[in-house]
Design a protein around this ligand. Structure first.
Ligand SMILES: Nc1nc2c(c(=O)[nH]1)N[C@H]1C(S)=C(S)[C@@H](COP(=O)(O)O)O[C@H]1N2
Ligand SMILES: [Mo]
Length: 224
């Protein structure tokens, strides 16, 4: 796992063809635009009997809750169009998602005020952490449709997160649980060499990027 971070660190940065200026502004540094939709995950694609599928809300809540897929679909539906960015250096523009906005789901949960961080739990054995305030953005969805069709199993159907402002590993496929936490805890990739926050416009790819060297560090070195 750590190897993935090391391999990516050594990778050559691909040349990006010159894009029109507004498109260029939307492309984070070190990314290449693709029209295709790459499929990336650890383990194998889960299969579900939707009669037994549920989404569990737990942690720093007044009351644990279980949602069936039908329960979720009764909540207000939002459609978003977002750019997504994968740490393996592909970006895809204008991806259309439909589902329930995380902020709308929050309205029907009883989350304690102490909760500041969220762990998204997903199959098979995947976790990723995000600060609660970042999940309140207008474009953060628990999505069941992509491009106006049910999200395919390979892309995370029946339900996946879409958190466009972070590298795409934060957008868990096959979401099954949302855990509210007082303190931050690192998820799967965050614990295997990748950045805890993962803002693509700041190129927050690796955990080693979290420890910035102060600009005047060199002044304190031995010198003659
Ligand atoms: N459950 C689960 N979700 C996951 C992953 C995973 O391994 N398991 N991989 C993440 C990574 S690293 C990426 S880049 C995206 C890929 O989503 P896609 O296959 O739809 O492009 O899913 C993310 N969500
Ligand atoms: Mo990824």
């Amino acid at each position: 796992m750590q190897n993935k971070a090391d391999r990516l660190k050594g990778a050559k940065i691909p040349q990006t063809p010159i894009l029109e200026q507004d498109l260029q502004r939307r492309l984070p540094p070190g990314q290449t635009l693709t029209e295709s939709f790459p499929i990336l995950h650890e383990g194998s694609v889960p299969e579900y009997d939707m009669n037994f599928w549920n989404l569990r809300i737990f942690g720093e809540v007044e009351e644990e809750q279980l949602f069936t897929f039908e329960d979720l679909q009764k909540l207000p539906v939002t459609r978003t169009v977002s750019d997504i960015h994968c740490v393996t250096r592909w970006s895809k523009f204008d991806t259309a998602w439909e589902g329930v906005k995380f902020a709308d789901l929050m309205k029907v949960l009883k989350v304690k005020s102490e909760a500041k961080y969220v762990m998204i739990h997903a199959d098979p054995d995947y976790e990723t952490n995000v600060a609660l305030k970042d999940l309140m953005d207008e474009d953060v969805l628990l999505a069941w449709n992509y491009d106006d069709q049910p999200i395919t199993a390979k892309h995370g159907g029946p339900l996946r997160m879409v958190v466009p402002k972070f590298y795409f590993w934060k957008s868990a496929k096959w979401v099954r649980g949302i855990e509210f936490m007082k303190e931050d805890r690192r998820g799967f990739w965050e614990d295997h060499g990748f950045h805890n926050v993962a803002d693509p416009f700041q190129e927050q790819r690796f955990s080693s990027d979290e420890y910035e060297m102060p600009e005047d560090e060199w002044k304190y070195c031995e010198a003659d």
